[in-house]
Write a protein that binds this ligand. Structure first.
Ligand code: ACM
Length: 274
């Protein structure tokens, strides 16, 4: 299976420009199975407030960006995970009601597959978006189980673990990382302890003085970095992976990383020290 990230510099509020850029990146590539794009890759990230974010938000899957990605996925016969600035179409839309989500859509050759809404909002995102309310779904793409997390979700080992326990072989991780040192050390750790593949698609560039960290990566279940981008260039990188390797949770003849968990101990209440 061929997986890839496209690390680029989305322009704030320039949805047409950003979608064209994605299309162009794919024009050079053949036989790709899964492409992961950055967080909020249709709209840009550093909004002043909800009102501004709302202006560039779209419904999933009826909005322009989802529809564009669906046609691209059909044309290229591949699956695409993309960070989308989502306005919830199922409720009455009001800016005051703040029905905006920092989401990721999964589409494929047959159209829309599903949505993940970022569970753990970072810093000022809390003033703009609602925390995700769709849980931690697993999606199947040609028999391969894929979970999605978005950027700052990297700080929460529970989310990675739950997806792995649900059978995720690959976790697609659209990102707009800002503090590079910590996350890039943590990601191989999440891959090792859960024995999963991770495709982190980060962005580059500067938006209103906020600099993004680049260094997108593809990691295997042993924590090996199969592909890694620069800190500041737009790049599409591909890795060939065997998702079945993520099914091997038995690490020696006596240890299975899931079956050896001591659930009766972990269930102790009130663990959080005040
Ligand atoms: C982040 O969650 N965009 C840092």
């Amino acid at each position: 299976m061929k997986v890839a990230f496209f690390q680029f510099d989305p322009k704030l509020g320039k949805i047409d420009y950003n979608l064209k850029k994605i299309e162009k990146s794919l024009s050079r590539i053949k036989n790709l199975n899964l492409l992961v794009l950055p967080e909020l890759c249709n709209s840009g990230y550093n909004f002043r407030d909800t009102k501004e974010a709302f202006k560039f938000a779209e419904e999933i899957p009826h909005g322009k960006s989802s529809q564009f990605l669906i046609s691209l996925a059909k044309q290229k016969k591949c699956f695409i995970v993309a960070g989308i600035n989502e306005k919830d179409g199922s409720t009455k839309l009001t800016i005051k009601g703040k029905k905006l989500y920092n989401s990721a859509v999964l589409v494929g050759p047959k159209g829309y597959i599903g949505t993940y809404r970022k569970l753990h909002l970072f810093y000022k995102e809390k003033d703009i978006f609602e925390p995700g309310n769709l849980g931690l779904p697993i999606f199947r793409i040609n028999g391969v189980k894929v979970g999605i997390l978005v950027c700052f979700d990297w700080r929460f080992p529970e989310a990675w673990r739950i997806l792995a326990l649900k059978g995720a072989q690959i976790i697609a991780h659209p990102s707009n990382l800002i503090v590079p040192k910590l996350s890039f050390r943590a990601l191989p750790g999440h891959a090792i302890v859960n024995r999963i593949f991770i495709v982190t698609s980060d962005r580059v560039g500067v938006e209103r003085k906020l600099k993004f960290a680049g260094r997108s990566m593809i990691v295997d279940p042993d924590g090996n970095i199969l592909a890694q981008a620069s800190a500041d260039k737009e790049e599409l990188q591909v890795a060939e992976i065997n998702p079945k390797l993520a099914n091997l949770k038995q690490v020696n003849s006596k240890n299975h990383i899931f079956k050896d968990r001591r659930l009766e101990i972990y269930q102790e209440k009130n663990l959080l020290v005040k």
